[in-house]
Design a protein around this ligand. Sequence first.
Ligand code: ZN
Length: 113
Amino acid sequence: MKNKRILREQNSIEKMITIYCRDVHRTRKGLCAECEHLLAYAKQKLDHCVFQGNKPVCAKCTIHCYQDTMRKKVIEVMRYAGPRMLYKYPVLAILHIIDSLKSKSKRLNKNIF
Ligand SMILES: [Zn+2]
């Protein structure tokens, strides 16, 4: 069975990529091939995340498991869709902020998404 945090993060990233693809790539339905690939990649990374339930939010994670090109893409998606998540999916966004505050990190909460 999957961890609840992991499931929630997979759900959040899917929504963020969907927002990004629709607005930036002008995809009307579903995702374009590039975003489909990015989502599959992100989900698979979460499935294999070594921290599972104790996972820090990705922005604060000490293990940067994404390969460079994917990392750049996902950061772009989060930058774009992160703030928009607050309006569209406030509950998910707030849970993410709480997760982010709970994870132990010396960094300030500048990189919530
Ligand atoms: Zn796209």
